[in-house]
Design a protein around this ligand. Structure first.
Ligand code: ZN
Length: 300
């Protein structure tokens, strides 16, 4: 069951679109209250925040079993169940069917771009603000959009949404830094996909690690850190989403017999834990290098 999150890649595509239509020099992103929980609801540690997302997801899984005993369910019921799970908080999301080939579900940020012009010394600079205002969950729908074909995919994408609203930093546009340089952006995208999205069952971890290190060697240290952090967040939320799907199916093993096997094969091939371990190691090396540079700079 190929179930790729198109979150980061689709956002890179957005940037490419913007880049072609005009030039701009200052970019600010704003994570609005429509896409995140209020600060006091998420002021714990990272593991507490993921724990909260887990509670939401477990509650939604229960609701999904209540609203239908089929593999499919009504779209309206799913939307209501998701809303009731996160209530009293309000999050702006909708369910649609804009799927990329080969995927059974995706989640995207909805972004409003506001252009403005500013005079800086003797030249006019275009400034683009990107306000993240909502999410679109794309799923396979039937009966004119009223039925969601697969509850497991719906739960998977919802888990991403829970992780995002509990960890608003994860939805910021990290890669705006790479914007001015197509090669940098391409390298970032390739590296992210290699680790988080690409299905490479026949490639050894050794060869994936080698390619990853090679891509990183072409980045400045700070860009490398951004990239690794974004990959780390991507791996974490994918791992969570697959775990939840698996847990959900295993409660009804006979209904999902074939899916459980296919899912297991896919998740094993993705090697989320091995990749997380590798990325965490690289990240602490890079952060240490960055700290050493700062230390040297200020001890002179
Ligand atoms: Zn996903």
């Amino acid at each position: 069951m190929a179930n790729y999150s198109m979150f980061e890649p689709s956002f890179s595509m957005d940037i490419m679109k913007m880049k072609n239509s005009h030039t701009f020099s200052v970019v600010r992103t704003k994570v609005t209250n429509f896409v995140r929980l209020p600060l006091d609801a998420i002021n714990g540690t990272e593991s507490q925040r993921y724990g909260k997302a887990q509670e939401y997801s477990d509650k939604l899984a229960e609701e999904l079993n209540k609203i239908s005993n089929q593999k499919s369910c009504s779209s309206a019921d799913f939307v209501n169940a998701l809303k009731s799970v996160i209530s009293p908080h309000n999050i702006n999301f909708n369910v649609e069917q804009k799927l990329v080939d080969g995927t059974t579900g995706t989640i995207q940020r909805e972004v409003n771009y506001n252009k403005s012009y500013k005079r800086l010394r003797n030249k006019v600079v275009e400034k683009t603000d990107a306000d993240i205002v909502g999410y679109t969950i794309n799923l396979k729908l039937k009966n004119k959009g009223t039925i969601i074909e697969d509850k497991v995919s719906a739960l998977h994408e919802a888990r991403h949404l829970f992780d995002y609203i509990c960890n608003p930093k994860t939805i910021q546009f990290r890669s705006f830094k790479f914007l001015y340089d197509t090669n940098k952006l391409e390298n970032y995208k390739r590296t992210y996909d290699l680790m988080v999205n690409d299905y490479l069952p026949f490639r050894s971890m050794k060869s994936i690690k080698k390619e990853m290190k090679n891509n990183l060697s072409k980045m400045e240290n700070a860009d490398g850190i951004e990239t690794l952090q974004s990959i780390r967040r991507g791996l974490k939320t994918e791992k969570n989403a697959y775990n939840d799907g698996n847990k959900f199916m295993k409660k009804q093993p006979f209904k999902y017999l074939f899916d459980i096997f296919a899912y297991g094969d896919y998740v094993r091939a993705m090697r989320f834990d091995k990749k997380l371990e590798f990325v965490n190691g690289l990240l602490s090396e890079k952060l240490k290098a960055e700290r050493d540079v700062l230390k040297q700079k200020y001890s002179k």
